[in-house]
Design a protein around this ligand. Sequence first.
Ligand SMILES: C[S@@+](CC[C@H](N)C(=O)[O-])C[C@H]1O[C@@H](n2cnc3c(N)ncnc32)[C@H](O)[C@@H]1O
Length: 283
Amino acid sequence: MIREEQKKVLDAWQTSARYWDKYRALIEQMFAPLTSGLVEEARIGIGQEVLDIGGGSGEPSLKISSIVGPTGSVMYTDPVAAMVETAQAEAGSRGLTNIHFKQCSGDDLPFADRTFDVAVGRLSAMFFVDPITAVREALRVIREDGYVSFVVWGPEEVNPFFSTVTDVIDRFVESPRHDPDAPDAFRFAVPGKLAGILENTEAKNVTERQLNFQITAAISFDQFWQLRTEMSETLREKMAGLAPAQLPTIKQAVADAARRYFASGTMSFPAEALIVSGRKAAV
Ligand SMILES: C[S@@+](CC[C@H](N)C(=O)[O-])C[C@H]1O[C@@H](n2cnc3c(N)ncnc32)[C@H](O)[C@@H]1O
């Protein structure tokens, strides 16, 4: 069952990889506050050896590589081959030499105990098929007192970047019943849920910080619509179930709902995330 679920998650990300590459500059800009929050919570600084779990098209690895500098290093990991390829190509084109790449899943890290100072994951923990094992693995491979920090989305209702589209589409397409523990962008939106896993895996000093920020980019509604409907597997699946004749009506309804987030050629959505951190206890 876990294998089947894992395959489904990874296949979806394999298909998504080209869109995450296509929109990499926008993704970097829109979600930059999440990286800053992670860097701050995990106390990442010059000379550290950092593990990035589920690095996708390259963030936060690419940013952290400049923070740790030439005396530090980043180990980017992701289980999806197409993600690893795009991130590695980007690091190459930027001439970054302190990032290393490994294709692997968060719940089976191919590193020795106590290899890294810090482990982080930006928007990836919610897709771990087995989050308890993945958190244990992250703690295993960091050094004593090191931080493990994950940033995850807060509730969909307070993240209109997502809900303005899904609320409208859900009026037209029947969604299957949702298992709150299945891999999904909002799986850890409930305060305390991911923190509880960290506590149960014996991380110490577990904290959860709510991060409120704006998802901002100089794009039009049409560009936002294209980006959202291409980047998300869930939306791609739902859109495939619609008749082409319904699309203009749906797009117009989303445009009406999203109007207040677009002004003078700029998109700005309020957003909420949680940064959940803990430290490796002495063993
Ligand atoms: C929303 S993307 C985030 C990517 C990147 N960290 C970012 O913030 O732009 C989620 C990533 O989690 C990865 N992922 C899915 N299952 C995973 C697992 N079991 N272990 C580690 N990463 C996983 C996906 O391949 C994908 O690249």
